[in-house]
Design a protein around this ligand. Structure first.
Ligand code: FE2
Length: 362
């Protein structure tokens, strides 16, 4: 048996149709700094990648540079989306050996890549849909990202919005697949069920979902796994599946230490958030108790609040960030609570359903 430690989310790679313009959106709207680049200028003939960073969050935006590529095919079928959720590990070969021994399908065997800054070992396995997990072992590397990338020259546009780390990252599954996918994370990675909700908790007049949050040992990596449940009309999870054409990453939650400041900045930058009905705030204090934030400020920004026995948390969701109603982002600030906003699902769903109806998909 090979032992290894999964430390944290390393980065997420997105396949997008125009990496240059996507990078501009992540810079100007989300406040990410481009830190590294590979493309024609660095000898990469078939693909271009921009590495975007804010505190501990790293996204790699990749586009093909020629026709008939696997990346181009992925974009054609799924639209822009998350291809790879990478984990930092202490031993990539051991991680690959152990997970494939336990039944994971290999995408790429362990290999060492190197440049002047040192060596990195990477290996990749498949998870749900067309999504992969790459293990990244950077014990002997002091470059800006990975071998093969050059440092991005100074950026004059990006102004950080206070996003700190990936709190969780959600995978949408087809109806009936949620338990199987959770079993996969349990069997292959040894993860545990951290939290769950069923369709009795999360349903509105029209749509419902079930969700189980899977977490690794140190609980730094949390991945809620969703599936649609039958409602009167089409679940938002089903709408995602219809447009992504398979299971995939629905949203990435990014933490902040000051959600009012972060969301104010992101709104000023032009980020569209899901609207929250004003009625949500009328009984908020009754529901949540006293909180540090001013309720009227939260109402103006559309920020949601939920609590559990350990404290409260504030959260808000963006609209999908591409024309297909697929990937979106969440901004979250935890003040003690480790919950996933059960109390907000209803308000949130009603908001999503209004948007879905406008798209003619409800
Ligand atoms: Fe979330």
């Amino acid at each position: 048996m090979s032992t290894y430690t999964l430390k944290a989310f390393d980065h997420c790679e997105l396949y997008v149709s125009n990496a240059k313009q996507a990078a501009y959106y992540y810079r100007t709207a989300f406040g990410f700094l481009p830190i590294a680049y590979k493309g024609l200028e660095t000898g990469s003939r078939d693909r271009v990648s921009y590495v975007m960073k804010q505190n501990k969050i790293r996204f790699v935006l990749t586009s093909p540079l020629e026709k008939n590529t696997a990346i181009g095919h992925h974009i054609d079928v799924h639209g822009d989306g998350v291809k790879d959720v990478s984990f930092t590990v202490d031993d990539a070969e051991a991680a690959w050996k152990e997970t494939t021994r336990r039944g994971a399908e290999s995408i790429a065997e362990p290999k060492m890549i190197e440049d002047d800054c040192g060596e990195v070992v990477i290996a990749t396995i498949k998870t749900f849909g067309e999504t992969n997990h790459t293990f990244v072992q950077r014990n002997n590397y002091d470059g800006v990202f990975l071998p093969g990338y050059k440092v991005y020259e100074e950026d004059i546009i990006a102004d950080p919005t206070g996003l700190v780390h990936i709190d969780h990252l959600v995978g949408n599954q087809a109806d009936g697949d949620m338990q199987t996918v959770c079993d996969f994370y349990e069997k292959v990675f040894g993860w545990h069920r951290f939290w769950s909700v069923d369709d009795k908790d999360i349903n509105t007049e029209f749509s419902a979902l079930r969700s189980i949050v899977m977490a690794n040992n140190n609980e730094k990596i949390k991945m809620p796994i969703n599936e649609p449940a039958d409602g009167l009309k089409k679940s938002q999870i089903q709408e995602f599946l219809d447009y992504y054409e398979t299971a995939g990453i629905q949203h990435i939650a990014m933490s902040t230490r000051d959600i009012v400041k972060t969301v104010t900045k992101m709104r000023a930058n032009g980020v569209d958030f899901l609207p929250t009905p004003k009625s949500y705030y009328t009984d908020l204090t009754e529901r949540i108790g006293e909180i540090d934030e001013d309720i009227e400020t939260l109402a103006n920004l559309g920020i949601l609040v939920d609590k559990d026995e350990n404290g409260y948390m504030l959260q808000i969701f963006t609209q999908p960030i591409q024309d297909r109603p697929t990937l979106f982002y969440e901004v979250i600030q935890r003040k003690g609570s480790q919950s996933f906003g059960k109390g907000n699902f209803k308000a949130l769903f009603e908001s999503i359903e209004r948007e879905q109806a406008q798209r003619g998909n409800l």
